[in-house]
Design a protein around this ligand. Sequence first.
Ligand SMILES: [Zn+2]
Length: 190
Amino acid sequence: MAIREIFYANDPRLRQKAKKVKNFGPQLKKLVDDMLETMHHACGVGLAGPQIGVMRRIFVAEIPADEDNPHSGKPFVLINPEVIWLSEEMEEGQEGCLSIPNWYGLVNRAKCVEVKAKNVRGKTIRLKGDGFLARVFQHENDHLNGILFIDHIKDKEKLWQILPEDMEAQEAQVGEVAQTEAEAVETPTT
Ligand SMILES: [Zn+2]
């Protein structure tokens, strides 16, 4: 396994459409392992091929373990994903992106999503996600089409920057209890 370099939004590859995965061999297994390791290392909850310069339709996702959510705490690997259903009900929620460090925003997305994809062995899988997982699936699927979360934000007030030094300054000012609260609302990046 290896940690891959994550490319930023100014890289033209982040704006291109990725191509379908055709070969389900050992190289794909290695790519998936690298993507999971890179995502964990960057403390992200999702990572798509174009973010590491691999222009293939593949993403990984894993949301933090939460005993109320059976989909949490386990890795998802989606190859050639297709969104086959989106709920009419929408939900606005916070997002960040490993390719757009320090920027966060409020994005309106479908609350539930159903996705058809291949797993690493080429077997067709169907997955339903709701809440935060549905958000991550939609965010990552966008990456495969050259779309970034900031594209969905029309109102500038819903996009903001938090620099690491600002976070440290905030943490230095607040007590330990408040700090725990601040960590709880921290937006995971994908
Ligand atoms: Zn992203």
